[in-house]
Design a protein around this ligand. Structure first.
Ligand code: FAD
Ligand code: EPU
Length: 342
């Protein structure tokens, strides 16, 4: 059978990860349709080798050559699934680019994901860490997803309650990590959207433009403009966005920290805990703009580790550990990595 399978060997991955880390994949395959994926599973290749599913490579750090098979999911297609009242269900293939999908929805007037504009990566990855920005998370518009079981090739549907969404978390980043290839995601969007402009920076951006009643397009443009001013463009400077999660601490711990550090940046959570700004903690430890060789901490946003050119994944990881240690020594707070270390 296997006429559909083109498994390449020793493929460079530098152009396929936004950190621009030099690493190779022992085996590599691009999957464009379901038949190819099931054929790959039936061939036994994914049973015999470690598998890495790859989208846009914007949340990965390669610390070694990958000794198994990298499977890049590249299926395409957007379908308006159903329309009832003010709600529209839109299904997008995993291989669609996330920002292009957001733009498609914004142009059509489908509201719900406009605050997530310009996040790199693909649709298939968006539920994995429940991407979030500017007061919105993908779980807020998520309806369901289809995923292929890498053992059996069967397509399974996961609804919202199956996904265990949390802050930068889902079942696909924990129990089911690497077990399913997400194949499509269906979103429940709104034809009469309520815009979310509570986030200070969005408000300021809209005010500066004199926009009083923003449309979802205005919000999307404001978010793009804020992101371009704050975050390094991976095309120019290798990075994977925030390297660490913002840590959650008990309100009493936050209170105690505020006694010693009155300028502590924190946000109250509905459960009474507080989320601390990891960027502020790292910044206070003096890391902003730090560089050793080509591994560094971004000069404007201390939560973003960067590759100035030829850093290895191990050098970035060593720097990440040093940052974690210094934040722990100074504040007693443990920083958890957001990026997937491979
Ligand atoms: P990849 O990096 O390719 O993969 C990430 C993980 O998902 C890996 O474990 C991989 O094996 C797995 N995976 C990939 N595709 C599939 C699939 N189809 N099925 C199953 N598993 C799969 N994130 C935010 O939440 N908010 C932000 O504001 C944000 N800003 C960013 C800004 C910059 C400049 C950058 C570089 C990154 C940012 N990120 C942000 C992180 C990143 O964009 C997201 O995590 C994104 O969803 C990753 O998508 P990807 O396709 O690149 O995933
Ligand atoms: N700060 C500093 N110094 C720094 C960086 C930040 O003092 O070097 C302070 C800022 O002044 C601000 C606070 O920390 O008061 C928070 O900073 P920012 O608004 O830039 O957001 P963040 O918490 O660093 C989070 C997400 C981003 C998301 C933005 C916008 C996480 C881990 N990161 O960043 O997501 O785009 O908010 O919503 O939750 C990502 O996950 O990759 C990512 C980029």
């Amino acid at each position: 059978m296997q006429q559909n399978l083109i498994i390449k060997e020793n493929i460079p991955l530098r152009g396929l990860n936004t950190f621009h880390i030099d690493a190779t994949a022992r085996y590599f395959i691009e999957v464009n349709n379901y038949e190819q994926l099931t054929e790959l599973i039936e061939s036994g290749f994914v049973d015999k080798n470690p598998v890495l599913l790859l989208g846009g490579g914007s949340n990965l750090l390669f610390t070694n050559n990958f000794k198994g098979i990298v499977v890049q999911i590249r299926n395409k297609g957007i379908e308006i699934f159903e329309n009832a009242g003010n709600t529209v269900w839109v299904k997008a293939a995993a291989g669609e680019n996330w920002h292009e999908f957001v733009t498609y929805c914004v142009e059509k007037g489908f509201g719900g994901i406009e605050n997530l504009s310009l996040i790199p990566g693909n649709v298939g990855s968006c539920p994995i860490q429940n991407i979030g920005a500017y007061g919105v998370e993908v779980k807020d518009s998520f309806y369901s997803l289809e995923a292929v079981d890498l053992k059996t090739g069967e397509l399974k549907i996961f609804y919202h309650s199956d996904c265990n969404f949390g802050y930068r978390e889902s079942i696909f980043k924990s129990e089911l990590k690497g077990k399913f290839a997400i194949w499509s995601v269906t979103f429940q969007l709104n034809l009469n959207p309520v815009v979310h402009v509570e986030y200070g920076a969005i408000k300021q951006e809209l005010e500066a433009k004199g926009i009083e009643n923003p449309s979802i397009k205005d919000v999307s443009e404001a978010v793009c403009s804020i992101r371009r001013s704050k975050l390094p463009d991976p095309e120019i400077l290798g990075n994977a966005g925030s390297f660490f999660k913002n840590p959650t601490v008990d309100a009493k711990v936050a209170e105690k920290l505020r006694d010693s550090f009155p300028k502590l940046v924190s946000y109250p959570l509905p459960d009474g805990n507080e989320k601390l700004a990891a960027g502020w903690l790292i910044d206070q430890c003096g890391w902003k703009g730090f560089r050793e060789g080509d591994a560094g901490v971004h000069q404007n946003q201390a939560l973003v580790l960067v590759n100035h050119g030829n850093a290895t994944g191990s050098q970035i990881l060593t720097l990440a550990h040093r940052v974690q240690n210094s934040v722990y020594e100074r504040f007693g707070v443990k920083l958890e990595m957001e990026v997937n270390v491979i």
